[in-house]
Design a protein. Structure first.
Lengths: 207, 357
């Protein structure tokens, strides 16, 4: 029920903004449309944060929490502070990190998962064709971002990803990777610069 | 604008450090930066967006169909109140596709939706019953979707079909020794017929299930079309906000202080500097009989931009096609109903100059 994937809808933030206003007006269609646009992206984020395959169901739960939060607290969205897309990604990441931290440390690794839930994650998901389809614009943005991320030196990408997906501060990353703090900082900055330089169009599109 | 700020700037570094700490803490707004000046606000936003793009580096994961259905069902069921965790997972189990309802059901006790809805002290019996009901079909007949209304009846039909097949199989064993070839074939056909019957009942149940899903899909599609039309209209109104060259004024309470320190606003201005749209958040609903009034400051003199109302929990919106030429600043005050020719009360929100985006 997403945007017709065959039509390349130009991605516009006002469009997303209008949906957030729709949510504020308690219009469920607006929430459904936001869901259809961003659920696969946000589920990927919460899976990545939770990482253990045992959390496949937990990740779906985080996805629901994310949209419940959007439904109940949309007035917190500040169009001056971020785009709708970044707002959603940050809520999903936040919720997933909160869930991760509620788990006993022993279960946070990928080792602790039962065969049954592992099956769920391998099986992936059942989808009726055409039900949740990301807009082509989201797909295209993904391709461009992936290309840039893949071109980053591995340790730079790792620094960014640890900060974002694992919620670690730069000094924590330095500790984990046994790297001097200044090196980690330089890596993160350098990665940021590259993103900013190479994804200028995407960032502008969102801002 | 991305070239205007130096990433080695200490402000950039502190933003980076802040971002690493964003999130993970419950009960805090995920994207609520501490108040800062306009430049670091823009910078912070740049970082948020570039980090937000990291998500696009992941392969998308299609959610289970039930996740969406449950989400929407719970919105329909409950407009304002928070949703009980048990209710969600019970409904999830009910909606989960037939081959594997199992992993969803145990979520209830293990995975509460803690931060959103503090678990109610006593779970109403109706809800836990829902969870149990979702468990049952696994033991009865794993192949049949969890029963709801009409499906429950068809699931009984299938179970019956299966037991028919089983009893025929049993009967077919002992006469087999004595039966003629013809007899054997007849019994075989009987078993086959019974199996077909159960197959038919199973397919019927599936068709009924698909039929009701289709109805739901049609209904949602209609709603979607209506929403799309409305959005198109909205989008037209908002379109200039995204145009390159658009200007944004970030309105904040004056530095000298304000009776409403939490209020914030943005005024978007089209590149031709005529069409504008004001969005204000967290202003208290105006006392009767008064209105909020927007002012454009031209050569130090205020010109009215119109009046608007504030409602709790919603952004106040105001838009028009004519911003006075030479506007340098904008401001909001509280005035008598319908507005006044010039402001008579303290400034609540103001922006001296636009952010260049």
């Amino acid at each position: 029920m997403a945007i017709d994937p065959s039509s390349s809808t130009p991605f516009s933030k006002s469009d997303d903004l209008a949906l957030v206003h729709g949510v504020l007006d308690r219009r469920q269609e607006a929430l459904a449309e936001l869901y259809d646009r961003y659920a696969p992206l946000l589920l990927a984020v919460s899976r990545r944060v939770l990482s253990a395959p045992a959390e496949a169901a937990g990740a779906e739960s985080v996805l629901q929490e994310t949209f419940f939060e959007v439904w109940n607290q949309a007035e917190r969205f500040d169009s001056g502070a971020s785009s709708v897309s970044a707002w959603l990604v940050l809520i999903a990441r936040d919720r997933a990190l909160a869930r991760l931290r509620r788990r006993p440390p022993a279960e946070r690794g990928p080792a602790a998962h039962s065969s049954r839930t592992a099956l769920l994650s391998e099986r992936g998901v059942e989808t009726l064709p055409g039900v949740h389809v990301e807009s082509r614009a989201v797909q295209e943005r993904r391709q461009r971002v992936q290309a840039v991320l893949e071109a980053l030196p591995a340790e730079q990408r790792q620094a960014l990803e640890m900060a974002f997906f694992e919620g670690l501060s730069l000094s924590e990353i330095a500790e984990r990777t046994r790297t001097p703090f200044d090196v980690v900082k330089a890596r993160a900055l350098s990665a940021m610069k590259t993103l900013r330089r190479d994804l200028r169009a995407e960032i502008r599109e969102l801002m | 604008m991305s070239d205007e700020y130096d990433l080695e700037d200490p402000a950039a570094l502190s933003v980076l450090e802040d971002l690493a700490h964003l999130g993970g803490q419950e009960d805090t707004a995920p994207v609520e930066p501490p108040p800062t000046d306009a430049a670091s606000e823009v910078l912070r936003r740049l970082y948020l967006e570039s980090l937000g793009l990291l998500a696009y580096g992941l392969q998308p994961v299609q959610p289970l169909l039930g996740t969406r259905a449950t989400l929407l069902a719970n919105l329909i069921g409950d407009e304002t109140q928070e949703v009980s965790p048990l209710m969600i997972s019970a409904a999830q189990a009910t909606f989960a596709p037939s081959p594997a309802p199992a992993p969803m059901a145990p979520m209830a006790p293990m995975a509460p939706m803690a931060p959103l809805a503090p678990a109610p002290p006593g779970v109403p019996p109706g809800r836990s019953e829902g969870a149990e009901r979702a468990e049952k079909p696994r033991t009865a007949s794993a192949a049949v979707p969890a029963g709801r209304g009409p499906e429950a009846a068809s699931s009984a039909g299938v179970a019956h079909g299966e037991s028919l097949a089983r009893s025929s199989t049993r009967r077919s064993r002992w006469p087999a020794a004595l039966a003629t070839l013809f007899g054997l074939a007849a019994v075989g056909l009987g078993v086959w017929a019974a199996m077909l019957l159960s197959e038919v009942a199973y397919r019927d149940a599936q068709i009924r299930e698909l039929g009701s899903l289709q109805l739901e899909v049609d209904r949602l599609r209609l709603e979607r079309d209506a929403a799309t039309a409305e959005l198109a209209a909205l989008e037209q109104r908002h379109s200039f906000v995204t145009t390159a060259g658009a200007t944004v004024y970030a309105l904040r309470p004056p530095a000298a202080g304000s009776s409403q320190p939490l209020a914030r606003g943005h005024l978007y201005l089209s590149p031709d500097r005529r069409r504008w749209q004001l969005e204000v958040r967290s202003l208290k609903p105006e006392p009767e009989p008064q209105d909020y009034q927007l002012w454009f400051i031209v050569d130090g003199l205020p010109l009215s931009g119109g009046v608007f109302d504030a409602k709790a929990g919603k952004p106040a919106l105001l838009a028009d096609d004519a911003m006075p030429a030479g506007t340098t600043a904008v401001a909001v005050t509280l005035e008598r109903k319908g507005g006044t020719a010039s402001p008579t009360s303290p400034i609540l929100l103001t922006a001296d100059s636009p952010l260049q985006l």
